[in-house]
Design a protein. Structure first.
Ligand code: ATP
Ligand code: MG
Lengths: 481, 250
């Protein structure tokens, strides 16, 4: 194959849904409930070394003494942690199931997103043959990375193959003691991604969970660790733009990013788990801890588009430890029907001349509640720290809510902190104006919402941005009479 | 082209249009004048199909087709264009992107493919030159931070792009400086043809010197109380509306 790297990258970007990897693994599920024995069993199942088992057990003991947090602006029925099964191998395809058995509404949505029939089957656990070509693509992809010394693999494999790296960095940004869900994740995480970029290496392609084999069914307690060594660069894409009706009620992931001196990490997420139906029944609870550590002259940007989940609790943060470090947070959070989102960020300025930017766009429709919660913290030794925050809310209809909770703690007088906030409503006049030009209401809303979200959409890699746009349209469909 | 018969319209139980009769034929320009609050913009909105207003009686037809059951975007697809008295802002949506969407939605409704990009670019270049619009302007967010005059010129740019059958210009002249008025009016004149029609709502004779109307109507308290030829506009400019109001009462 005479592929150039650029072509390959393009190919991968545009054809991702055709590469449905599926590996047939015997399905087995643990009994419900959580105990030290279950934690041990998970670790054993994954053949983990002793230190990892101990690490998990320590986290479990910490979790046992913790309480579920209640400060967020969300209301939900607390999950019964003893009613959940903590280990379930990747789901096996049901040979007797066909697409006819799948909810037609869901299929309609797939069609709108332009998802191939094969991928639809995979998403719905319908057996699908592996496209032979995809294997070679994956191999080429791995080879390119290996040549540069980049490690990109499931974290379970990294524990086996690169224990020194995992040991050195895991839990250093999000300690086990950090919060209730982080402790829980530390005890029971099943899989996730591990990524290491060596010194001075610019990763030549967007790393995406799309391209990793054996991803299926690991979403519930995912653990991701990305390390960018000195002067390296990586752009990482998380998530799937295909809406999946996961039967897992509770998702509690942990993502840790480490940018060493002069390194840069871009981390983009599109999340659209099942938000619950129009009556507010069902839906995923998404409690995620995402945090990045920035050493000297390094930079971490979080970009996220959140349209799914019934309840979202998520604050991708940056600890700007080194001098001149830069942290960025660009977010679009959409809530519709009965969805509740409490999201935002924390920028902790420890080093001198550290800089952070926060752009948050909240869109609420239906009876949903959308909250931004942000903390900008400047320590006493952080000379000349700067922050700019902008929080814009867009409301559709009269029954939804938008809330902004900006917190500022500045202990150094040289800090410059700016905060801007706006709230607007999609007006009937705007819609009529579009209608008058021949644009129907559905399309008009999509246009207005895309315009509102533009600053953030522009931060996403091109292909991702296009899909994110479609996703915004779909998640707001039918939200204005 | 446009046939309005005994049109009554209200908003929140308040009667605004109280029996309008108006016939506009292809190739004609009609001017509608009248004091503030007489119902001119309401008439324009009702023709365009704004749902806020209830049509209580009467009918509107375009080329013989009754518009009653058509949504505003369907009326637009049929070739109705309204240049708004107060154009709204749509942040983050560029003029170009907005026009592209509008044109392609109308084409879709007529069973046509999207307009090819090079054709679109050519059209944009042509029309923006005609109206002396700086191209940089077209990448700005629609109407956001536009001056009053820029908004009006941009409305006529959209009209030029969409080439409507029936264009209603609601006080397009207000806010335009002397040069801009001439440029915009010339633009409108270039769009005139024997196949389309224009309804100009204005308070001032000045615009009508450029866009010369075939008929002038005076709207007062929801009714057309006087119609005439272009001289009527001059007479109004001179005498104001009082004599018309007197006549209307009688
Ligand atoms: N949505 C509405 N709710 C209540 N009253 C309305 C509404 N829209 C228009 N009106 C009223 O209807 C009347 C006619 O308004 P319209 O805007 O049509 O006047 P106009 O002739 O265009 O005036 P102007 O010359 O000032 O533009 C006014 O009294 C106005 O206050
Ligand atoms: Mg008016």
């Amino acid at each position: 194959m005479a592929y150039t790297e650029e072509e390959l990258k393009k190919e991968l970007e545009t054809k991702e849904y055709e590469y449905g990897f599926y590996t047939d693994i015997e399905s087995d599920t643990f009994p419900k409930g959580l105990s030290a024995d279950i934690v041990r069993a998970i670790s054993k199942k994954k053949n983990e070394p002793e230190w990892m088992t101990e690490w998990r057990l320590d986290a479990f003991r910490i979790w046992e003494d913790m309480k579920e947090p209640e400060w967020a602006n969300v209301n939900y029925e607390k999950p019964d942690f003893q009613a959940i099964s903590y280990y379930s191998a990747p789901k096996k395809a049901d040979p007797n199931k066909s697409l006819d058995d799948v909810d037609p509404e869901l299929l309609e949505m797939y069609k709108k997103l332009g998802i191939s029939v094969d991928e639809q089957k995979r998403l719905q656990n319908v057996a699908v043959d592996i496209v032979v070509d995809s294997v070679s693509v994956a191999t080429t992809f791995k080879k390119t990375l290996a040549e540069k010394g980049i490690i990109f693999m499931p974290i379970s494999e990294a524990i086996q193959e690169h224990p020194e790296l995992v040991k050195k960095y895991m839990g250093t940004v999000v300690p086990k003691t950090d919060n209730f869900y982080a402790a829980l994740n530390s005890a029971v995480f099943t899989d996730g991604s591990f990524c290491y970029i060596p010194k001075g290496v610019k990763c030549p392609m967007e790393l995406s969970t799309y391209f990793r084999i054996n991803e299926g069914g690991t979403g519930q307690f995912e653990r991701t660790l990305v390390i960018a060594d000195e002067s390296s660069y990586v752009s990482y894409l998380e998530g799937c733009t295909a809406p999946s009706r996961d039967e897992n009620q509770l998702h509690a992931a942990v993502v840790e990013l480490i940018a060493l001196d002069d390194a840069e990490i871009k981390y983009s997420t599109v999340q659209n788990w099942f938000p619950g139906d129009k009556e507010g029944k069902g839906g995923v609870y998404n409690f995620v801890t995402k945090r990045g550590l920035c050493e000297k002259n390094s930079k971490i940007s979080w970009t996220q588009v959140e349209t799914g989940s019934a309840v979202t609790w998520k604050y991708p943060s940056c600890i700007l430890k080194g001098d001149n470090a830069v942290g960025e947070f660009y977010s679009i959070a959409v809530t519709n029907n009965f969805q509740q989102a409490d999201t935002g960020t924390k920028m902790v300025h420890l080093g001198k001349n550290t800089k952070s930017t926060i752009i948050s766009k909240g869109i609420s429709a239906g009876k949903s509640q959308n909250s931004y919660r942000g903390l900008v913290q400047v320590s006493s030794r952080a000379e000349n720290a700067r922050n700019f925050s902008q929080c814009d809310s867009l409301l559709m209809g009269n029954e939804c809510g938008a809330h902004t909770f900006p917190y500022i703690e500045a202990k150094n007088k040289s800090a410059q902190i700016e905060h801007e906030a706006t709230t607007s409503k999609i007006g009937e006049d705007q819609i009529f104006y579009c209608n008058q030009r021949g644009i129907d209401t559905e399309k008009a809303i999509a246009l207005i919402v895309n315009g509102f979200s533009k600053e953030v959409l522009n931060k996403l890699p091109m292909e991702f941005a296009v899909e994110a746009q479609k996703l915004l349209e779909i998640s707001l469909e039918g939200s204005v009479g | 082209m446009l046939e309005i018969k005994d049109l009554h319209a209200s908003v929140e139980e308040k009667d605004i249009l109280k029996g309008i009769n108006l016939n506009v034929s292809a190739g004609e320009v009609h001017a509608i004048m009248g004091p503030n609050g007489s119902g001119k913009s309401t008439l324009a909105s009702v023709i365009a199909g704004k749902e806020e207003f209830d049509v209580d009686k009467g009918s509107i037809a375009l080329e013989g087709e009754d518009l009653e059951d058509l949504a505003p975007e369907e009326r637009a697809h049929k070739g109705i264009f309204l240049s708004f008295q107060y154009p709204v802002e749509i942040p983050g949506v560029s003029v170009t992107n907005f026009m592209k969407t509008a044109i392609n939605e109308s084409r879709k409704a007529r069973g046509m493919e999207d307009m090819p990009a090079n054709e679109m670019l050519k059209l944009i270049r042509e029309k923006s030159e005609m109206l002396e619009i700086d191209r940089k302007f077209l990448s700005r967010s629609l109407n956001e931070g536009f001056s009053g005059g820029e908004k009006k010129r941009n409305e006529i740019f959209q009209m030029a792009m969409l080439e409507p059958k029936l264009a209603i210009l609601d006080e397009t002249d207000s806010g335009l400086d002397i040069d801009a008025l001439r440029i915009v009016a010339n633009g409108v004149n270039k769009l005139r043809s024997k196949d389309n029609a224009i309804v100009v709502i204005t308070h001032y004779q000045r615009l009508l010197e450029y866009i010369v109307p075939d008929y002038v109507h005076v709207l007062y308290d929801g009714k057309i109380v006087k119609s005439g030829e272009k001289e009527l506009a001059l007479e109004l400019e001179e005498k104001g509306y009082d004599w018309i109001k007197q006549e209307a009462v009688v």
